[in-house]
Each structure stands twice: as structure tokens, then as C-alpha cells.
Write a protein of this length. Sequence first.
Length: 340
Amino acid sequence: MATVDINNNTRTIEVPDGELLIDALLAQGIHLPSACGSNGKCGLCKVQLLDSEGSFTDSERKLLSEQELSAGIHLSCQVQLYGTTRIKIPQEFLTSQEFTATVSKKKLLTSDIMELTLELVKPESIAFHPGQYILFKTPAYDDKRGVMRPFSIASSNSDTSFIQLNTRLNPEGVCTPWIFNHLKEGQQVNFLGPKGNFYIRNTMRPMLFIAGGSGMAPVRSMLRTMCHYQIKRKALFFFGALTQKDLFYLDEMSLLEQNMADFRFIPALSNEPLQSDWAGERGLITEAVERNLVEDASEYEAYLCGKPAMIQACISVLGKKNIPSERSYFDLFNVAKIPK
């Protein structure tokens, strides 16, 4: 038998030799994000092996950064268990709660982004920090295994009987094609959560939000919550999209601007035809931030949601604007980071 020591003896489990770490954890109710059926293709199921000797699979070398490899980060679907394996995972994965919900509404926001409204069945309510995410369970279908996919909650935490998600279609994926093509209104689904350390900090500093595409979700949750509880903080929201067809929630953002005295929404389009009637910002979202944010933004907190490349580009711009790195908060595509 093999032994897995989790977070310095916080929990210990025994499993048959040769079992995959992701399966061993799943059998104990510890659900790590996964979107590829444990095939080493999505790179989401990260764990830190505390006794790693630097042996990595080809999939791990392809999907993990040099910094992660140096820190002993592995993909749990690539780790076979023998002897004693000491691992470190975010504490939240040891305390997750499972929910059953009914899909009350599916609504296309753009050609490839779907809003899901999930009415809670059991438990009947949820408490979460705006900005956190859930792990959505997709059942096996066609020739695909069931997977779990992280999605940020897009609704206010003042709404406790339901949550909303913004899901972006990945035609090559497993979860979102099922949501778009198979999931029906009225159908029951399951998810785990809430999870994540991406949430509003309890200060009165001005706030800078930067997001693109389905990265709208956690920012919308934060803004709707701030509006509901009348939290009076200066807030700027830069949202990047390709064309006008890729914009959504515009009426809602306009209403928030009316109801929140110091909030401004700034969309920027990077691929809008030059001859169109678009009169707003053009170019990459980083360019829009550089043009519109004051030169010395050292008092701001920054909340970023998007692809890793966008996050890195934004951090570079924020450094020029004097925003300290310790006040830049993000989850890369809503995946919980390994704790330091």
C-alpha cells in the first residue's frame, strides 16, 4: 500500500500501489480541478510534492512553468503512488461542500459565452466571497469521461438561493461543449465550492478591475455586491474584447455607473473594424489601462481575471503605474494557486 501525507499530516490516506494521485484524492472526497478527463492535457490539477526529485512527465514539462517545476509542482493525474508521498494543496480543497442545483436558465450572452443560472436544491443556500469560484461537475457523455471545471461565480453574494456562471465555449474541451449542447433547463447538476482567494479585500482603497471575455464573471460578482451593500469605493473596470459582438452586460454596467457614484466602466476593443461606429477605446486592454489610469496609481488595489499572458502584461503596466505587486490579486483562469 502507498501512503499520501496531505499538508503535513493534516490528513493521511492509504491507497493501492500504482494508483493515480488525482483518483486517490477523489476517492476521499478531495476534488481537484480537471477539464481533460485526467489525461494530462488541461494542466489544472496541480499539487506540490514536498519530496519531489525532479522527475516529470512530458505533459508536466509542457504545461507547467519553470518556476512551478522548480517548486516541485506536479499534475496529480500524472503522479503514480508508491511508498509515502508528501503533498501540499490549498486548504480549501479539504473543506469543500457539494451542492445540487437546478438549471433554471441558459442564456447566450455572445456567440461563445453562456450565462447559467443555478437554483440551489441541496443545500438551499450558499455563502461566498464575491470573486470566488465553484467546481462544476460534468457527467460522462458520448466517449468522454466526467470532469470538473472551475467557473467563477458571476452573481452577487446577496443572492444566496442561486448562483450565476459565465461559461465560455471551448470546442475542443469536455465540459463547456456539454453545457452548450447537452445541458437542458430544468436539469439537475452538482458542483463543489466555494473556493479561491480572489475576493475583495476589506479596505477603502480605490479599486482597479481588469478582465476579458468570461473573466467578466468575478468582477460582476464584486460590483453587484458593492452596489447592493452600498460600498462607496472608487472603482474602474477595464474590459477587453475583440469586437462589439463580444461585449455583454453593457446595460447592466451602465446601470451600475448610475447607481455607484464613483464607478466607471471602460471597454476596449482590439479587433473592431476601423470603419465601424465604435467610439470607445481601441487596442489591447493594457493599452487602454496605460492611457486612462493616472500616472501614480500607488493607492489602488488591482483585481485581474484572464489568461496568464494577459495577467502578466497587466502586471507590467501596473508596475509602471506604481501599484505594488502585493496589491495585485488574481486567479489564473480561476484556478486556485498552490500556497507558498
